[in-house]
Design a protein around this ligand. Structure first.
Ligand code: ZN
Length: 548
């Protein structure tokens, strides 16, 4: 009998993939205690495929695929009962609340019946006999969340930080180096990087992504068709939405603005702009995104274009710590003035933290009246805001909006990734658990924490118009769930939980995050990095992008 020895690696999903590959190849497998690295995994798998013909008729090994939840079916079955799972009550829907007793952190311990890929029933743990015809899977108290919705990203420019470096790490440095990166753009380049990001998000348990898209003449012509292509390709795995990204000053040219709005409409996108969004946002010398007294009139152009075409709006706003930066207030007033009926999202809103209490209350009330959803991007703003370009001073203003005050006033607040490995943020992997974890620490969202899971699940899903079940553990909805080993928040948020189980339509996801080497051009390591032959100063400083 031929056996291939494959041990549990530190990535349980790799183990799952091994299990599935071996099963389909009809070869046995045995787990050992030692840890193989990726190379040996690939070698063994190749060998397994090569020898498959020798093993015809051999029963596949039924060994467990994971240390944590050993009995989740990997044979294609999408019906089982997940028992003993801690679910944030705020994400549960379709259940009579009676009997679901939340603990001090808003968690309920439940059994979830999954049949034909859908959630059939949710009941307090241990109170009902599970159906006799399906397997029982014990989550052992681990948390079970709905899949994530990431409402603010920039996957068109992701993974460019090595080839076009932001040397200072500041927002101004990001604008300059981002403009230079345009020289590298082609459809192939954008497709490779966007798809890499989608694979990462998908593997981490995200089912919806909204990306802003660079919409200057050259980049729009490249990125929008790729966006359109990938949206169709990924439909059902990740619902992808696109927002045009231009500085406010762009809307002075009403013909060009109308042309962009038409492109957005044709691609089923959302119209966007960066408003009061540079380091000098709100000051007279910010001629790119504040535009002095023109600001209200330029907003009127945007609202009129959106009204005429039935488009939603998504702004970058007040990405600075300036008290005079009040783009959110201007947008709220423009919504009322233009009788706007679509959805409005405002990202960042960092300068709210610099407002005096009475002014803060006034701006928040205006945002609430206009039904504006505020999206905070805490990790990116921690990196980008209040940075000393000389690299000498430690930041003291931390760039986070008034999350709790907005939430208390009834404004919808979401948390999202923003940039990943580009000029605006040098790190990131589109892991929404990381966003939630760091937001909790940065914004003190953990006292109380009960309703904050909505900020990365059901709330962005609703704002994105994804249907009543998306981002929820919903009776009648698809079993799109993320099961963690952590049982309570102190366990969940202390470790990265990379061994999480992602279920899509009731089936375990086998995909792991992609290897960075996939980004290398033509198989040459480092080819995705800076090309020394290009004139790196081309286009520098001609256009402020204004906002991460
Ligand atoms: Zn952004």
């Amino acid at each position: 009998m031929t056996c291939f020895v494959l041990s549990p690696s530190h990535k349980p999903r790799m183990n799952r993939r091994v299990a599935q590959e071996c099963q389909s190849a009809g070869v046995a497998r045995v787990f050992s205690r030692s840890t193989p690295h990726t190379d040996s995994y690939h070698r063994l798998l190749t060998l397994a495929r090569f020898r498959a013909s020798d093993c015809v008729g051999m029963p596949p090994d039924a060994a467990s695929w994971s240390r944590w939840i050993p009995s989740v079916p990997t044979d294609g079955t999408d019906s089982f009962v997940l028992v003993n799972a801690h679910v944030p009550l705020c994400t549960v829907s379709g259940v009579d609340g009676e009997g679901l007793q939340a603990d001090h952190d808003g968690l309920v311990r439940v059994d979830i019946v999954i049949r034909d890929g859908k959630v059939l029933d949710i009941s307090p743990a241990g109170t009902r006999d599970p159906p006799s015809d399906v397997r029982v899977v014990d989550a052992d108290g681990g948390m079970c969340w709905p899949t994530f919705s990431d409402i603010h990203t920039h996957i068109d420019k992701g993974h460019t930080c090595e080839r076009s470096r932001n040397h200072s790490g500041s927002l101004a440095g990001a604008d300059d180096s981002c403009a230079k990166d345009e020289a590298f753009w082609s459809q192939e380049d954008v497709r490779r990087r966007m798809e890499f990001s989608l694979k990462s998000a998908y593997a981490h348990g995200t089912s919806a992504v909204r990306t802003h898209i660079m919409s200057g003449p050259k980049q729009a012509a490249i990125a929008w068709p790729v966006f359109h292509e990938l949206r169709e390709k990924w439909r059902g795995k990740i619902e992808l939405q696109g927002v045009s990204l231009s500085i406010l000053r762009f809307f002075r040219d009403e013909d060009a603005a109308a042309e962009l709005a038409d492109t957005v409409k044709a691609n089923g996108g959302i119209l966007g702009a960066a408003v009061s969004c540079t380091d000098r946002g709100g000051h007279a010398d910010d001629i790119y995104t504040t535009c002095g007294e023109e600001l209200p009139a330029l907003l009127d152009v945007i609202f009129r274009l959106a009204n005429e075409r039935g488009l939603d709006l998504d702004f970058h706003v007040d990405e600075n710590g300036n008290e005079v930066s009040k783009g959110l207030l201007y947008i709220a007033e423009a919504a009322t003035r233009n009788d706007f009926k679509g959805k409005i999202v405002c990202g960042h809103c960092c300068s709210l933290a610099a407002q005096a209490p009475a002014e803060l209350a006034r701006i928040i009330a205006a945002a609430h009246r206009s039904n504006i959803c505020v999206v905070s991007l805490p990790i990116v703003n921690q990196w980008l805001q209040n940075r000393d370009v000389r690299g000498l001073c430690t930041p003291t203003k931390r760039g986070v909006t008034t999350l709790k005050e907005l939430d208390d006033a009834g404004v919808q607040v979401c948390l999202a990734s923003d940039n990943t490995r580009d000029q605006f943020y040098g790190y990131g992997d589109l892991d929404m658990l990381e966003i939630f974890r760091e937001s909790c620490r940065i914004g003190h969202l953990d006292r109380p924490i009960a309703n904050w899971p909505m900020a990365v699940t059901s709330r962005p899903a609703t704002v994105m118009g994804l249907g009543e079940h998306h981002g929820r553990v919903a009776v009648g909805g698809p079993a799109n769930l993320v099961v963690f080993r952590g049982r309570c928040y102190s366990e969940l948020l202390s470790r990265p939980q990379l061994d999480r189980l992602v279920l899509r339509d009731g089936r375990p996801l086998m995909d792991d995050v992609p290897d960075y080497r996939e980004l290398d051009v033509g198989g040459e390591p480092g080819a995705n990095k800076r090309r020394k032959s290009l004139d790196m100063d081309a286009g520098a400083g001609k256009r402020g992008k204004g906002g991460a």
